[in-house]
Design a binder for this molecule. Structure first.
Ligand SMILES: *Cc1c(COP(=O)(O)O)cnc(C)c1O
Length: 374
């Protein structure tokens, strides 16, 4: 009745497309938040088969889910609860983004307890204001890391940071701060193999900041990180298509109100088609009046109130019948609205649209067979 069709081959191609824009940098594929709504396990398996070097997630629990599914790639997790002990993650060989000396101490405790060496990526805040060591704290983080390396508890794999993508001037300032922080780490005698700073946006804008690794998120899913560009501008293929089948149609007279609040009234005798997708599925309620969907190659406006489970289309005298396929968004190359279109209609970004798709949507996958083991 409702389906998210996920094209894993598109995701594999998008990885190659983005990687080809670097000068051989390692690719960390970001699969946090259930792979931006695409399904973390099938997506991660496909990316592993497609040659991703690393997987990236926010939470340790997401990383453990990947390990439990038999994924052996290096995995980096960077957002930790205040009371995280890191025992399970160090035990599972998860690499940890570290922002302060307190986290370093807890990771070293876990490593000591497990008789393992924990692999850490030291995170410096170069101006995003999220979880990284501030300029003032950075020397303390480096000093603590140096001690714990000497004691044999940790290995510093990388120095990393994240851009705010506010303006080119702001980003260049962050790049300069990042290079200064890496130089400080060198002076503090920290041995690290990798530097990583850019996500999809920075990868496309700042070739000088690719360093040894890039972290690719939204572009893997075939979406542009920029509002002013489409995915096609970068050779990316949207991987998610959201469809549903009309559950019922009926003829109604002129002047009938449709859905809650009667935001739409029929202008003439017409056919109403009921689509079983609502805000529980992640179709924002404020898509009402602005979003468009496609049925049988024709575009219809969602002009009555989106409800929890469903919305209603006024299809005039068109021959729309129960069971007809409704595309809510997909690859615009196929003539259907894009996730970008829906995002614009809802005053948000494509990231939020795909990530929130869920509820009672069933996911089906194209390209599963070539991942081996699905
Ligand atoms: C989410 C995230 C990314 C991926 O960003 P995209 O814009 O989706 O490419 C990279 N790095 C960090 C730290 C993130 O939180």
């Amino acid at each position: 009745m409702r389906e998210l069709i996920i094209d894993l081959d598109a995701i594999a191609k998008n990885l190659q497309t983005m990687r080809a824009k670097t000068n051989g940098a390692l690719a960390l594929a970001v699969v946090k938040a259930d792979a931006y709504g695409h399904g973390i396990i099938p997506v991660a398996k496909k990316l592993e088969a497609a040659g991703a070097d690393y997987l990236g997630v926010a939470d340790v629990d997401e990383a453990l889910t990947l390990r439990a599914a038999g994924i052996d790639l290096p995995i980096l997790a960077w957002l930790h609860a205040a009371d995280e002990t890191f025992v399970r993650s160090v035990d599972a060989g998860i690499e940890l983004g570290v922002a302060n000396t307190d986290q370093l101490a807890r990771i070293a405790n876990a490593a000591q307890q497990l008789r393992r060496v924990a692999r850490v990526h030291l995170k410096v805040d170069t101006g995003l204001g999220r979880n990284g060591a501030s300029e003032a704290e950075w020397p303390n983080v480096l000093k603590k890391a140096h001690e714990l390396v000497a004691e044999g508890f940790i290995q510093v794999v990388a120095i990393f940071s994240h851009l705010s993508c506010t303006s080119e001037a702001d980003d260049l300032k962050q790049i300069a701060r990042f290079e200064a922080a890496c130089a400080e780490a060198k002076s503090a005698d920290i041995d690290f193999e990798l530097r990583h700073l850019v996500a999809s946006d920075g990868l496309l804008r700042y070739p000088q900041a690719h360093y040894e690794m890039v972290r690719i998120g939204v572009a893997l899913y075939g979406l542009s990180p920029f509002v002013e560009n489409t995915a096609a501008d970068f050779g990316l293929i949207p991987a998610m298509t959201a469809i549903a089948h009309v559950t019922q149609t009926k003829r109604v007279a002129e002047g009938e109100g449709v859905s809650y609040g009667y935001l739409h009234r029929t202008a003439a005798e017409t056919t109403l088609a009921l689509v079983p997708v609502g805000y529980a599925e992640g179709l924002p309620r404020n898509a009402t009046g602005k979003a468009k969907v496609s049925i049988n190659d024709k575009i219809y406006a969602v002009n009555s109130r989106v409800a929890m489970d469903q919305f209603v289309l006024d299809v005039g005298n068109d021959n729309v019948v129960a069971g007809d396929l409704v595309t809510i968004f997909g690859d615009p190359a196929a003539g259907v609205p894009s996730a970008d279109d829906l995002a614009a209609a809802c005053d948000t970004i494509n990231y939020e649209i795909v990530t929130r798709m869920g509820g009672r949507f069933r996911r089906s996958y194209l390209g599963l067979d070539s991942t081996g083991g699905n």
